[in-house]
Design a protein around this ligand. Sequence first.
Ligand code: NDP
Length: 336
Amino acid sequence: NRKFVLAERPQGEPNDNTLRLETAPVPTPRKGQMLLRNEFLSLDPYMRGRMSDAPSYAAPVEIGDVMVGGTVAQVVSSDVPGFEADDWVVAFGGWQDYALSDGTGVINMGKSPENPSWALGVLGMPGLTAWAGLTQIGQPKEGETLVVAGASGPVGATVGQIGKILGLRVVGIAGGSEKCAHVVDTLGFDACIDYKANGFPEALKNAVPDGIDIYYENVGGAVFDAVMPLLNTSARIPVCGLISQYNAISLPDGPDRLNLLLGTILKKRMTVRGFIVFDDFGHLYPEFAKQVGGWVADGRIRYREEVISGLEQAPAAFVGLLRGEAFGKRVVKLSD
Ligand code: NDP
């Protein structure tokens, strides 16, 4: 059983010393457990937070422990009711070839699911995040303008496409012309603005002639600076993620805009609400699966996935994800 354990807590970007590859015998399941062979490992921005021991909503991975991660796996053997050999499941198997589970939080997808890895993306945690953040906090109304950052990623791409289905004008923000072209041409957003290009704030302003009613926040940083003056009275801001800050080791240098932000929230009577998907919206999973599953099945929601081959590639692929090198949902295929 190959596994990546956390070797040391990174300062800034994770490096070659952050994770260590270890080999151990395949674990033997005890009574009430099942053995899972991980087929796909999801790479997600939240993993950077688990490498750190700064206070957060979830406990950090301890030094020497297997790095956590969502997986799509096949059951090798099972003593858990409702699971049998060869079932495909979605689990939290971590960065390793094999994992033990007592079935808690594990979803059974049956013997031959179509596109099993999609359960780590549009049909799983990132999809639920997108759908719940937009519908529950964004409170969309037909004809409103939605802006979503990280627009080509698994969360942002899903947010924007759901926004279109719900009758919104949807403007994405993404890094680079290739991602922006995909967001408009393939995903069907009304516009996508490249935040790395010169004149980004002006281009964003021109793309939202009626202002912004919902801003779905995935990135923070300079992107939020450009968004803030364009927000309408009663705007809603689901605060989902701040990926531009995940490798930061201190707050950015001034000027301090905290009072500008609070003044904007006050004067425009905005709703700004952070959320943690499973804690806040896990109970909506069945409704999400039905609705978004239907839209994916009938082609109204498109999904782009990047499959990286081999567990040993996972650390570099994860660093690349934080750098913006992923184009679509990154998953690691563990074996051939
Ligand atoms: P993404 O694939 O969108 O994240 C990677 C992308 O983030 C990169 O490709 C890059 O896109 C963008 N990015 C990286 N650095 C920056 C930067 N400095 N400024 C702007 N954009 C940057 O991941 P997900 O779709 O999985 O997640 C999106 C967000 O949602 C993340 O912040 C994540 O933490 C959060 N999240 C929160 C959850 C919750 O429960 N609250 C649950 C799941 C996700 P580009 O090339 O366009 O810059």
